[in-house]
Design a protein around this ligand. Structure first.
Ligand SMILES: [Zn+2]
Ligand SMILES: [Zn+2]
Length: 412
């Protein structure tokens, strides 16, 4: 178990959430000696391994007593006030894959703050599996505007508002070399693309969540503060990837330093400002031979993309040897038994997580606003005229709900 402990007894916990199953890296399970202190204080409590080996000859330690789990179940481990937990909701690639969503990292702090770093393709359902009320999932930081890093923003934006986020979705993201390549432009146009979706929800659901609150910052900022609230400081540094614009983020809170590296060729800003991080995430692309054989890249394309636009595994190792973090995480490759080899030994103890796949949204933290029928945008006559007459079959449902909730709702 790779718990990182500080002298202050604060903990840093890391969870990875790779596919339909989640994987947890270095978490903070209860220690047997904390749960079941030795009756005789003169005797030091045995180490966990000893406790497990002691099959009851002394009567103090039963082999069935609670001990560190080898899986993580959402909502079963409270975060202490001085702890930090990171859950990898997506670690994959631009091509969607049932097993593995694309880049998305949920950072939870003991002060109650939660931050989503990237929300790549397929990651919204991984976030949903964690059963966190959506009002807590209102802060998203985008490293860049590739779909494997923001392709599920629409799902979190609309689905989150529908299920309890009663406030705008705050999004931080970099500018580009031109306004059209910036985060603000992308989100303005994403919202425009959702015109039909959002118009159709007017008057039916709480409208407060269907807005973006975008903070676009200079992608060339070096260790520049982009967020500072509630004791949390988040800074950005440039990254080198595809076009001007991508960045990485550095989070500081409670003496912890967490660095989320977006896609990049190894760069000097990361080397300098990620140095000494408690936890450093950096991309690590699929090895070139696998890109050619499995991904069907041309050799030329595999070399260019796998070693120049991204960070090759060999280069990842070099970067980490420079910055020497207490814990390093590599991502951005399809994590299979035969692709992980040279990378997995850099990743510490992994716990599989078990989630409820039948999950429904968690309860909203505030009461929703009632639908406002006057705000609804009506169907055109042509569409309205296509309605089949369902009044008779639906009326019993109206009667049932009106009776149960003391209402007087009528069919359209
Ligand atoms: Zn990218
Ligand atoms: Zn990417």
């Amino acid at each position: 178990m790779a718990t990182i402990e500080r002298p202050s007894s604060a903990f840093l916990t890391v969870a990875t959430f790779v596919g339909f199953s989640l994987y947890i890296l270095g978490c903070t399970p209860p220690k047997p000696e904390q749960q079941e202190p030795a009756a005789n204080n003169d005797q030091a409590a045995p180490e966990p391994d000893q406790a497990q080996a002691d099959t009851g000859t002394t009567g103090k330690y039963s082999p069935v007593k609670a001990r560190a789990r080898d899986f993580y179940a959402p909502n079963t481990e409270d975060l202490g006030p001085d702890e930090m937990r990171l859950i990898a909701c997506g670690t994959g690639m631009p091509t969607a894959r049932p097993k593995q969503a694309a880049s998305c990292w949920l950072l939870e702090l003991g002060n109650g703050d939660k931050f989503v770093f990237d929300v790549g393709t397929g990651s919204a359902e991984r976030i949903a599996a964690l059963q966190i009320p959506y009002n807590y999932l209102d802060k998203v930081f985008l490293s860049h505007l590739h779909t494997d890093h923001f392709g599920d923003l629409d799902a979190l934006f609309v689905g989150g508002a529908l299920a309890g986020r009663q406030r705008p979705l705050r999004v931080w993201g970099p500018s580009g070399e031109t306004p059209e390549r910036g985060t603000k432009y992308a989100l303005e146009h994403l919202r425009k693309a959702l015109t039909w979706d959002l118009d159709g929800r007017q008057g039916l659901t709480d409208p407060r969540g269907y807005h973006f609150d975008v903070t676009e910052f200079d992608y060339m900022g070096v260790n520049a503060i982009v967020y500072q609230e509630n004791g949390v400081t988040i800074r950005s540094i440039p990254a080198i990837h595809s076009l001007d614009g991508p960045v990485s983020f550095i989070v500081e809170w409670n003496g912890f330093k967490f660095v989320f590296g977006g896609d990049t060729y190894p760069n000097k800003w990361y080397a300098k400002y990620a140095t000494g991080a408690d936890l450093a995430i950096h991309e690590c692309f699929v090895a070139v031979p696998d890109m050619i054989e499995k991904f069907k890249f041309t050799p030329q394309g595999a070399l260019a993309v796998g070693t120049q636009i991204h960070t090759a595994p060999e280069a990842f190792g070099k970067v980490m040897s420079i910055i020497k973090p207490r814990m390093a995480v590599a991502y951005h490759f399809f994590k299979d038994f035969d692709t992980t080899g040279p990378i997995s030994d850099r990743i510490r103890t992994v716990r599989m997580a078990i989630v409820d796949e039948d999950v429904w949204p968690p309860p909203a933290t505030d009461k929703p606003q009632l639908p406002d029928p006057a705000a609804r945008i009506p169907y055109s006559d042509a569409i309205s005229s296509g309605r089949l007459d369902m009044k008779k079959v639906i009326q019993p449902t109206y009667d049932e709900i009106n009776k149960q909730y003391g209402l007087n709702e009528k069919q359209e």
